[in-house]
Design a protein around this ligand. Structure first.
Ligand code: F6R
Length: 609
């Protein structure tokens, strides 16, 4: 999720790559750095904090160079500090690299290199990769060959850009699962992780394919395949305007982030399932602690609270581990009863939500163990919790949270199966859970194909004075999130409740013209939900059902049926059903002409009470 830039040519390379980084700033990074070649040496300028901190250093030093690489970091391994910022040198400062991605086997490589005398200055996986490349380079190979050899030793996702003081006038880059784009100029060449960072300079681009190595010199670009053979490439002419390009061609960040969810699921799992299919987390509590825990309290706000409800569903149904979910604002003033052996889990995208932080302090005072499930590394909640699992969803720009909810829910599922693995929970098939988690990214991709159908429903929903969201079991929790999305971006009043609660009051609000969205992915309770759907229909409500692909019963009752893949665990099918709800909220908001990425009265990070 980091930003990458590179330049070789007659312009001032340092300023050029800095301009490129500015075009990626909308992502909201936590540190940045530049490496450039001057007087036969590689110089590195890097700073923690916003890009302006690096900008100040560039202004002070005014370096001149004809080739440079630059990086803006979204921390995953090691906090956002000057040391952890990219670029990183190898052991002998022969090369410098920048990296977007995660190297899964970096700890084992680091141990091996440390035993050979390598000294590391940062906590990052990237510095380990730099040393691995540097070690191959010691054999006197050309840089592209050393990079090509080294990446065979690395496991994970990466886009690397490398410069060497032994071979000035050359930039080498390669990728696996992380994006990398070459920009072609006249007597100058560019590199970037995203198209927006190229557009002011060139519209002629080459998308580097997985496993390929790009070699840039001032006058030419060569693309090599994974065996080192030169391959032909077809440059593309980009037509986007700059503003649309920042959003990856999408009209709004919300839509971009909804569509990023398959990739986000992959990122969440990256490095957390080993080759034998066992789940592992870095820097987490010991097995002893996990076995001792007798109760879980999940504390969060808004969308993160809704993900917490799904977590409760899993912890209780899979592990029979009593779990409560609290709104942070209630927990902090509620004098909660907390057992000594309990674990408090704080879920937060930003890691800065004031109520959640206050609730965390309360747990610390009571000496309760705390675990953060946080997206922003180095944020207050990530720092303050005893242990933190990062959701690895990348920056979320739209105020309405979508991909963070998916990431939080996937991490909670991973954690539940991890606990089952550690506690040897009777009857839980951890292997099947892992398989399902691995299927989720593709399943999410298939659900996104429902978008044309969802778009057609936007117009009638946009006219509805009130929209109901109902469901049972995990579907009831997802209904809360679907309703929140619709009200916050489309400003339509919603009534959300478990389907069985309708008769106890909310049914009074049903009249001709209202729309009800019913989650019916759970086959165990589907018949019951169908009865509740009929009660709404009988009173003039229009019904949209979300069910699984194997079900044909919803067609009998609902006016429209959207189908998501049938998963082996009901939790996962329910989680997938949030995607059409997010898409519906988006398209209804668009239909109504709302300010989608910045809904009125709301802010991305709620740092005040
Ligand atoms: C809704 C939304 C909010 C946040 C809530 C918690 O779309 O984004 O409800 O989920 O403000 O924020 P974090 O997760 O940053 O603690």
């Amino acid at each position: 999720m980091c930003g990458i830039a590179g330049y070789i040519g007659p312009r001032n390379a340092v300023r050029t790559v800095f301009e490129q980084l500015k075009l990626l700033e909308y992502r909201g990074y936590d540190s940045a750095g530049i490496a450039y070649l001057a007087n036969g040496e590689i110089r590195i300028l890097k700073r923690a904090g916003k890009l302006s901190a690096l900008g100040k250093a560039v202004e002070e030093e005014m370096p001149e160079a004809s080739q440079a690489i630059a990086h803006s970091r979204w921390a995953t391994h090691g906090g956002p500090t000057d040391e952890n910022a990219h670029p990183h040198y190898d052991q002998y400062q022969q090369i410098a690299i920048i990296h977007n991605g995660i190297i899964e086997n970096y700890l084992e490589l680091k141990d091996r290199l440390a035993a050979e005398g390598h000294v590391f200055r940062s906590e990052t996986d990237t510095e380990v990769a730099a040393h691995v490349i540097g070690r191959e380079y010691e054999d006197g190979l050309p840089l592209e060959e050393a990079v090509s050899r080294a990446v065979h030793k690395l496991r994970g996702a990466y886009a690397f850009v490398v410069v060497s003081k032994r071979e000035p006038g050359k930039i080498v880059a390669t990728r696996n699962a992380s994006p990398l784009i070459v920009g072609l100029g006249e007597g100058e060449q560019f590199l970037a992780s995203d198209i927006p960072a190229l557009l002011p300079f060139t519209r002629k681009v080459v998308v580097v394919k997985e496993g390929q190595v790009a070699v840039l010199t001032r006058d030419a670009v060569r693309i090599l395949d994974s065996t080192g053979r030169e391959t032909e490439f077809e440059p593309m002419e980009v037509q986007w305007d700059v503003a649309a390009a920042e959003r990856g061609g999408y009209e709004h960040f919300m839509l971009k982030e909804i569509h990023e969810q398959p990739e986000v699921i992959r990122q969440c799992l990256l490095g957390r399932i080993d080759e034998a299919g066992r789940i592992r987390f870095e820097n987490i509590f010991s097995d002893y602690v996990w076995t001792e825990i007798d109760r879980i309290n999940i504390v969060a706000c808004g969308t993160a609270y809704h993900a917490g409800l799904l977590g409760k569903h899993l912890f209780e149904s899979l592990l029979r581990l009593p779990t409560d979910v609290f709104f942070s604002s209630e927990f902090r003033y509620g004098d909660p009863v907390l057992s000594e052996k309990s674990l408090a889990i704080f879920i937060s995208q930003s890691g800065e939500t004031a109520d959640s932080l206050a609730a965390l302090k309360l747990c610390q005072q009571r000496r309760i163990r705390t675990l953060g499930v946080v997206n922003v590394m180095g944020s207050s909640i990530a720092r303050e919790c005893d242990r933190t699992i990062l959701t690895q969803a990348g920056p979320e720009i739209s105020v309405a949270s979508t991909k963070a909810y998916m990431a939080q829910s996937v991490v909670l599922a991973l954690l539940a199966f991890y606990l089952a693995q550690v506690r040897e929970a009777p009857g839980v098939r951890v292997g099947e859970g892992v398989e399902e988690l691995r299927r989720m990214a593709d399943a999410a991709k298939r659900v996104l194909e429902l978008e044309p159908q969802v778009r057609e429903l936007a117009e009638p929903v946009a006219r509805s004075p009130l929209v109901f969201f109902i469901g049972r079991a995990a579907d009831a929790h997802v209904a809360l999130e679907g309703a929140l999305k619709l009200k916050e971006v489309a400003y339509i009043p919603t009534q959300e409740s478990p389907a069985g609660e309708m008769k106890h009051g909310p049914l009074a609000l049903v009249e001709r013209g209202v729309v009800a969205i019913a989650g019916a992915t759970d086959a165990h309770v589907r018949e019951k939900t169908l009865s509740n759907m009929m009660e709404i229909k009988a009173r003039g409500g229009r019904l949209i059902a979300i069910t699984t692909e194997d079900d044909w019963s919803c067609e009998q009752v609902a006016d429209h049926v959207l189908k998501v893949p049938k998963m082996r665990f009901d939790f996962f099918s329910a989680l997938l059903s949030v995607i059409p709800m997010q898409l519906l909220a988006y398209h209804v908001a668009r239909e109504r002409g709302c300010e989608i990425d910045q809904p009125r009265n709301l802010a991305k990070s709620v740092t005040v009470e």
